[in-house]
Design a protein. Sequence first.
Length: 238
Amino acid sequence: MFDQYPKIRQPLPKEYLAIYEEHIKKNRDGETSVTSISQRLEKWLHKKVAEGSAPDLTTLEIGAGTLNQLQYESVSESYDIIEPFKALYENSSLITQIGNIYNLIEDVPLTNRYDRITSCAVFEHVENLPYVVGKSGLLLNDNGQLRVAVPSEGGAFWKIGYTLTTGIEFRIKRKLNYSVIMKYEHINTVDEIESVIKWFYKDVSVKRFGLGKHFSFYTFFAAQNPDIERCNGYLKSQ
């Protein structure tokens, strides 16, 4: 079913690798003029993910990055995160609002249970996406939800959007082709993400920021009622 996973990234050329960490940090924080505009558009993703959050709900955020999702959340006393890139969050003033911090979803005990498992602009990057989605189903409480927002990678609008904004800024500043970075980072298309979520979850709703699948910038998935047999079966196969 998922023979192409885990996906393997080709190494970045050395000229890109030299500036990669700095670029990611500035891009996540919106420190350039174009990324600042992108972040204003990305509020749609953050707000969709945060809908229904409440202080009494336990949450696990996959790929918390700079902790920028927290400003949209009604944070509970139990807000755990998964983030392997420590440099993104270690100096954040919001770190005091975080409970447990895990490097990978493999590190999250199966005894943990969450009302919400969230992710914003992360699933397009994940090498073993079926494992992440499958385990999320085993970590949810009854009536819990997986809430995921992603760029509509693979669609025309998304490529045009980054080419004419961040792509131009990156070429002017770095004299490099931004599509190399995007190809390295975005290894899953929105169609692949949708297929994986719908295989593991019985109830999935989809909303788009734009007109349909191919003419949208962003896509949001709310999934519940995981197929526990499929989730367990896939994890055991790995």
